[in-house]
Design a protein around this ligand. Structure first.
Ligand code: ME8
Length: 533
C-alpha cells in the first residue's frame, strides 16, 4: 500500500527576488519528494508564496504599484525559477488565493469560537523587519536588536486580537518530550526547548496599522497577522479548513505533514506557534520540522553590497557552466542541512564537480560502457554460466547493492540527503575498485577467461545501473541520459524503485552506447562564476 507523504517548503515573501536560499530549500524538498515517489509513495509536495503583510505593502508602495500586482509579478518569477530548475511541486499556493483566504477566515472563526483568540491590549518589543514580538527577557538577551537585520527593537503597543499561546506551554512541553525528533536536527530542538522554558506569552493575531491582509472575521478594521495567515497555508492547501471542498476530498489524506522544511530564521514560528495553533484547532501535529542553517558565500554572509549574493544571475551562470545536475548535487551534498552554515564557493563547486560527477560517476559510466563496447561488441554480456552467477573477486554484489538501497531509504527517512547520495556514490566507487581488482583488461587477453570477463562486465554495469536509480533524485538529467544510452526504460513516476533495484534486472543481450555524462571542464574565470552585483 502506498504511504501518503507530505512535504512543504516555507512560502516565500514576494517582496524579495528568488535567490539561492529559496532555491535550496525547494531543491532539498524536491529531492526527497522524487525519492519517495520513485519508492512508490503517494507524495504531495507543497511550495508557494507569502503575499500579505506590511513588508509587501511597503515594497509595493515604493514601486508605486498595487500589492497584488507586486505579488503577481513575483509569484510568477518564483514559479518560473522553479520550473527552470526542474523543481516538481504538486501545488504552488499563494496566500492571496481566494481558496486560502476563505479557509484562513474559517480557521480563525473556529479559534474565536474555541476562545483560543481574544481581544486585548498588548505591549512588547517588536522587530519591525520580521514582524515579530518578543518578551522582555528575550529582547534583553537579544540586546534589543533584531537578530536578522540588527535594527533596534521598538516598544510597541496594540489593541488587538491575541492568540492564547500561553495556554499551550504544558501541552507543547509534553509534545516535545514525547516526540524527540519533532524538531530536527537535535541542536535546533534544544534551542527551541531553551526558549520554551523562558515561558510563553500570548501573541497578536491581527493588525490595524495596514490593510494588505485577510480581514479578521467580524472586525474588518483588523487584518489577520501575516504569520498566522502564512502558517495556515500548510493546512489550507489540503483543504483542511473547508471540509466540503474539492481540496479536502482529494488532499486531506496527506495531513499531517512528514516534513516542514525551513531555515533557522523561522524556527520559532514553526516549532512553537504552529503546533499550538494546530492543538487549538484539534488537528494532528506534523511529524517533523526540519530546520536547516544558512548558505553563506565565499566566507561571508551574502549581501548585495559585497556582491557575493548567489542571485538568479549567478545561478544561471552555474547552470550554464556545469549543468543542472551539478547545481542540485552541490546544494544537496554541500548544503547547510546540519546545524552549521555552509559556505558556497566557486572553488569547492568546481572541485566537487570534478571529483564526484566527472571522476566518479561519469568516469565509471564511460569506463564500463567502453569496456563492453571493446570486449563484447557493445552487447551486455551474461553473468551466468550454466544457470549460476559467476562470482569473480570478493564482492557479493546482490547483497552490497541491496544494502545500498536500504541505506539510501533509511537516510531519506531521516532527511539525511547527503547520506542517501553517498549510498549511490559508494556503489559507483565500489565498481571502480572492483575493476581494479578483477582486471577485466587482462581477462580479455585470455580466451578461456571469457566467462569471467563477461561476468565482470555485467556486474559492473548492473551495479552502476542500481547506483543510477539511487542517484536519480539528485542528478536526474544525466541519469536519464544514462538509461537511454543503456536502452533501459525507467519511469520514476511508476514508483517501482525497489523492484527495479533488484540485482539481475539488467537485460543481457541488449546493446549499449558509450556513455559520456559529465564532461571535464576548465575552472571558469573567477569573474564568470562569482555573483553579480
Ligand atoms: O520567512 N540559506 O519567507 P522568506 C538557506 N514568508 N536558506 C535560505 C537562505 C539562506 N541564506 N535565505 C532564505 C519567510 N532561505 C516567510 C515564511 S512559512 C509559513 C512563511 C530560505 O522569503 C529558508 O528556507 O524570507 C528560509 O526559511 C526561507 O528561505 C525564508 O524565506
Amino acid at each position: 500500500m502506498a504511504q501518503t507523504r507530505y512535504i512543504t517548503t516555507p512560502i516565500y515573501y514576494v517582496n524579495d527576488r528568488p535567490h539561492i536560499g529559496h532555491v535550496y530549500t525547494t531543491t532539498v524538498c524536491d529531492v526527497w519528494a522524487r525519492f519517495m515517489r520513485f519508492s512508490g509513495d503517494d507524495v504531495f509536495f507543497l511550495t508557494g508564496t507569502d503575499e500579505h503583510g506590511m513588508k509587501v505593502e511597503k515594497s509595493a508602495q515604493t514601486r508605486g504599484i498595487e500589492p497584488q500586482a507586486l505579488a503577481d509579478e513575483n509569484a510568477a518569477e518564483f514559479k518560473r525559477v522553479m520550473e527552470k530548475l526542474d523543481l516538481r511541486y504538486d501545488h504552488f499556493i499563494r496566500t492571496t488565493d481566494p481558496e486560502h483566504e476563505r479557509q484562513v477566515a474559517s480557521f480563525v472563526e473556529t479559534l474565536l469560537a474555541k476562545d483560543a483568540v481574544y481581544v486585548g491590549d498588548f505591549e512588547g518589543w517588536y522587530d519591525e523587519g520580521q514582524e515579530e514580538y518578543y518578551t522582555e527577557t528575550r529582547a534583553r538577551a537579544m540586546d534589543f536588536r533584531s537578530q536578522v537585520d540588527q535594527r533596534p527593537l521598538v516598544r510597541a503597543k496594540e489593541k488587538n486580537y491575541y492568540f492564547r499561546l500561553s495556554a499551550f506551554q504544558e501541552p507543547l512541553e509534553a509534545w516535545f518530550r514525547d516526540h524527540p525528533d519533532f524538531v530536527m536536527p537535535e541542536s535546533r530542538r534544544n534551542e527551541v526547548l531553551g526558549r520554551l522554558r523562558e515561558g510563553l506569552q500570548d501573541v497578536p493575531m491581527s493588525r490595524t496599522n495596514f490593510t494588505w491582509g485577510i480581514p479578521m472575521p467580524g472586525a474588518p478594521e483588523h487584518v489577520i497577522y501575516v504569520w498566522i495567515d502564512a502558517l495556515l497555508n500548510y493546512a489550507t492547501a489540503l483543504g483542511l479548513g473547508a471540509p466540503d471542498g474539492d481540496w479536502h476530498r482529494t488532499r486531506s489524506k496527506y495531513w499531517p505533514a512528514d516534513y516542514h522544511v525551513i531555515a533557522k530564521d523561522i524556527l520559532w514560528f514553526h516549532a512553537v506557534i504552529w503546533p499550538a495553533i494546530l492543538m487549538a484547532l484539534d488537528l494532528p501535529l506534523p511529524k517533523h520540522i526540519y530546520c536547516h542553517s544558512w548558505w553563506i558565500s565565499e566566507g561571508q554572509k551574502m549581501s548585495k553590497t559585497l556582491g557575493n549574493a548567489i542571485d538568479l544571475a549567478a545561478i544561471d551562470r552555474y547552470l550554464d557552466d556545469y549543468g543542472h545536475d551539478m547545481w542540485r548535487y552541490y546544494l544537496v551534498t554541500r548544503g547547510p542541512l546540519s546545524a552549521t552554515d555552509s559556505d558556497f564557493t566557486a572553488a569547492s563547486f568546481h572541485d566537487s564537480y570534478n571529483t564526484d560527477l566527472v571522476n566518479t560517476v561519469g568516469n565509471c559510466a564511460s569506463r564500463v560502457t567502453a569496456m563492453i563496447r571493446k570486449y563484447h561488441d557493445g552487447v551486455i554480456p551474461n553473468e551466468r554460466q550454466g544457470g549460476d552467477r559467476l562470482v569473480v573477486g570478493d564482492v557479493d554484489w546482490p547483497t552490497v547493492t541491496a544494502a545500498a538501497v536500504t541505506a539510501a531509504h533509511a537516510a531519506m527517512e531521516r532527511f539525511d540527503l547527503a547520506a542517501a547520495v553517498e549510498a549511490g556514490l559508494g556503489l559507483v566507487r565500489q565498481v571502480d575498485a572492483f575493476i581494479n581488482q578483477t582486471e577485466p583488461y587482462k581477462l580479455a587477453k585470455v580466451e578461456s577467461e571469457r566467462p569471467r570477463l563477461d561476468a565482470v562486465l555485467y556486474q559492473c554495469l548492473e551495479a552502476f545501473r542500481i547506483a543510477s536509480l539511487l542517484l536519480w533524485p539528485v542528478i536526474p538529467r544525466q541519469m536519464e541520459t544514462a538509461w537511454a544510452g543503456l536502452g533501459l526504460k525507467v519511469d520514476p513516476d511508476a514508483g517501482n524503485l525497489a523492484a527495479l533495484a533488484t540485482w539481475g534486472r539488467l537485460p543481457a543481450g541488449q546493446t549499449v552506447e558509450k556513455l559520456t555524462l559529465y564532461p571535464r571542464r576548465e575552472r571558469p574565470e573567477p569573474a564568470a562564476c562569482s555573483a553579480s552585483s
